[in-house]
Ligand binder design. Structure first.
Ligand code: FAD
Ligand code: SF4
Length: 335
């Protein structure tokens, strides 16, 4: 690991002042569960590491409820285990708490934070191998497109880098119409979570749209009464990322669904908004038949790589089951 200067500022303003105008020279440190790996492998080699651990106060560290504005705020430094265990979040956003509870392992959940989860680098094994100079490390080619791509994207959308976005919390936050609050020397910027992610294709880009001198302070979620759920399929039940995840939300009036969102995780370089699946459910009951139709619509247009065709069926089934869970149906597959 390369030596670096370690800073522990006492305010968001001081932290922002320490950040840089380009990526690479300075890294923010939250729980360290992702960044430490990259430092040890020399994939990240910053001159400065700016820890968020010394910043007190509500903005970064608390889960807040504003009944007047009908909004829940979650600080970027709130640990994933606190999200999983929060009773208010569990009542309003069971999809979010379920995704948090299934994430990684107890150790990862206790150290990892919301901000780190949304800003973590991807898990492509070529990217994580310090000896492989792929596109995201300034190289000339993507090694996954013609290599070992069983965990990569099935909706590549023409992007030269075929990673999957690594966050389990992102798809459900998008379904819940969450907003990211970012601060930089220019002030505060509000970014709808749906627009927070991007598909990187070179070393100068990240998996999100924050600028190098921008800090995610919190995420707000409207309390709008949407039913919501996630369903994920994992090869290992712990200590790994899901193979596929489906997140859904909808309003249910008189048994009919409206304002439907379906977002797939681990199938594309950004969380994949499955608009056709959502559209297929508007005004309909959510039942075995309509949920299965939505599952099929969600994978329409998938273009798997040489080794990940299996993900298409997983995604179809995950959408169907997430919809049935959110609608309160019997989870017959658990019997
Ligand atoms: C074995 C294992 C299993 C895992 N399984 C899952 C899983 O199932 N689902 C899943 O979603 N994730 C999974 N993860 C990833 C884990 O969720 C992340 O490592 C964790 O959420 C990162 O949070 P952190 O606070 O430790 O971030 P750090 O490691 O401290 O930071 C990660 C990145 O985010 C940046 N960052 C941190 N905070 C901010 C901020 N406030 N503003 C701007 N940038 C910031 C850092 O600069 C760094 O680039 C797993 C990780 C491991 C090691
Ligand atoms: S998928 Fe992206 S990160 Fe992985 S080898 Fe290709 S360019 Fe690199």
């Amino acid at each position: 690991m390369k030596n670096f200067m370690y800073y522990q500022p006492r305010s968001v303003e001081s932290a922002i002042r320490l950040l840089d105008s380009s990526w690479g020279r300075t890294e923010l440190l939250a729980g360290g569960t992702s960044l430490m790996d990259l430092l040890k492998e020399n994939i990240a080699a910053p001159e400065r590491v700016v820890s968020l651990s010394g910043i007190p106060g509500q903005e970064l560290n608390h889960i807040t409820r504003d009944d007047e504005a009908k909004v829940i705020g979650i600080g970027a430094r709130v640990e994933i285990s606190r999200i999983a265990e929060n009773s208010v979040l569990r009542e309003l956003f069971p999809g979010l708490t379920a995704a948090a509870a299934a994430l990684g392992s107890p150790q990862i959940r206790n150290m990892g934070t919301l901000g780190g989860n949304l800003c973590q680098r991807n898990t492509c094994w070529y990217y994580r191998d310090p000896h492989v100079p792929c596109l995201l490390k300034g190289g000339k080619k993507c090694f996954a497109t013609e290599g070992e791509n069983q965990y990569h994207a099935i909706f590549t959308k023409g992007h030269p880098c075929v990673i999957v976005n690594p966050s389990s919390l992102a798809p459900i936050l998008i379904c819940l119409n969450a907003t990211a609050h970012a601060r930089s020397p220019q002030g505060e910027r509000l970014i709808p979570l749906k627009q927070f992610f991007q598909a990187p294709s070179k070393a100068e880009q990240r998996e999100h749209v924050l600028a190098p001198n921008e800090l995610l302070t919190r995420v707000t979620i409207p309390m709008s009464g949407l039913k919501n759920a996630v369903y994920e399929i994992r090869q290992k039940q712990a200590h790994d990322w899901p193979l596929v995840q489906a997140a859904v939300s909808f309003r249910l009036d008189g048994g009919r669904a409206s304002q439907v969102s379906v977002v797939l995780g681990y199938v594309a370089p950004t969380p994949h908004v499955a608009s056709a699946a959502a559209q297929s459910l508007e005004g309909k009951e959510i039942n075995e038949t309509t949920a299965a139709e939505a599952g099929r619509a969600a994978v329409d247009g998938a273009a798997p790589l040489s080794q990940n065709g299996y993900k298409v069926k997983l995604a179809e089934v995950a959408v169907k089951r997430a919809l049935l869970i959110a609608a309160g149906a019997n989870r017959y597959w658990e019997a």
